[in-house]
Design a protein around this ligand. Structure first.
Ligand code: ADP
Length: 172
């Protein structure tokens, strides 16, 4: 059984992530999408770990060999616990490469684990969760970049955040 992990923060999942997971699911018997739930970073996230996992589960339900899990701490420890020997990462541009190469080499030195790079589909090469959030915050149309159910949650959460910011402003 060949198992792989697709790790990330997925805050929120985009069509670029789904494309990589779909392609990984054709290469491996089982793919685990691992959502980083590190508490230290949770304040910077728009969605909680549970919400990010829920959106991923919905977005990958059409792939029978894909599951979603949370992980805290080292990815290599997660791999060891789940009998996983391969990490799948999407590569968008040269700017991704330096960091990803360093991570891949570190992970392989920590544990005997390979990183498999899948080149982004050209239509998603500019796509990142952070950019989707930024564009949506200022009213840009991101409907072609995320699934519909993610779009509605994103719109709702950004409206909540805007209302909170307004309330805080009034309180000062
Ligand atoms: P992080 O930025 O915290 O590593 P992300 O949730 O942004 O996590 O992304 C997880 C992984 O998904 C990235 O490391 C990258 O490999 C892949 N990825 C993200 N967006 C794209 C995209 N548009 N095309 C291909 N791969 C992508």
């Amino acid at each position: 059984m060949r198992k792989a992990v697709c790790p990330g923060s997925f805050d929120p999942v985009t069509n670029g992530h789904i494309d990589i997971v779909a392609r990984a699911s054709l290469l491996f018997d089982e793919v685990v999408v691992a959502v980083g739930v590190n508490k230290s970073k949770s304040r910077a996230r728009l969605f909680t770990a549970e919400e990010r996992m829920e959106m991923l589960e919905k977005s990958t339900s059409q792939f029978p060999n894909v599951t979603v899990a949370g992980f805290e701490g080292l990815l290599t420890t997660f791999c060891e616990q789940h009998g996983i020997r391969a990490i799948v990462k999407g590569l968008r541009a040269v700017s991704d490469f330096d960091y990803e190469l360093q991570m891949a080499q570190m992970n392989s030195s920590l544990m005997n684990i390979e990183t498999v790079f899948i080149p982004t589909s050209p239509e998603y090469s500019f796509l990142a969760s952070s950019l989707v959030k930024e564009v949506a915050t200022f009213g840009g149309d991101v409907s072609s970049l995320v699934p519909d159910h993610v779009l509605s949650r994103l719109t709702q959460r950004l409206a909540e955040r805007a209302a909170e910011a307004e309330e805080e402003g009034e309180g000062q």
